[in-house]
Ligand binder design. Sequence first.
Ligand code: FES
Length: 172
Amino acid sequence: MNTDNANGNDGGRRSFLAWAVGGISAALGAILAWPMVSFLVGPIYRRTAMRFTAVGKLDQVGTDPVKLTFPLLEEDAFLRESRQHAVWVVKDGGKLLVFSPICPHLSCYYDWNAAGGNFVCPCHNSVFSATGTVLSGPAPRPLDTLQYKVVDGRLMVAWERFRAGIAEKIPI
Ligand code: FES
């Protein structure tokens, strides 16, 4: 009887099983940890990879605010879908002001009140000037501006969201 050979086979089988179990455990661990890693690292990646999206043409913008809507492909963990967004844009001297359409108080969508020449939020009546400063109401900070650039007459905007209800403008 060759016990050495039998022990050698057992040892080989055991090390293969240990390797297989270790590999499967590592793969399962990586799959389970991915959402957490994505949640923690995602904002850092998004900060460095700011994407500009075309929202309209420069000649659409005047001294009265105009609302430009645009589709944006967004990714949330495993979801990837096109969502409709909007920005308010107004000429302010030689530059543009591009506002997020989301009220910095509690994230309602505000509107332009042409008769009053101001932005009004319907939820708690915050009122903002055409340049975004708070005129009245509970809003803790001015309207949030977005980064933009103009390329061949097209207005490109870097869409992002900010925390609501606080005085600082902090990206989410
Ligand atoms: S959400 Fe706009 S005033 Fe409260």
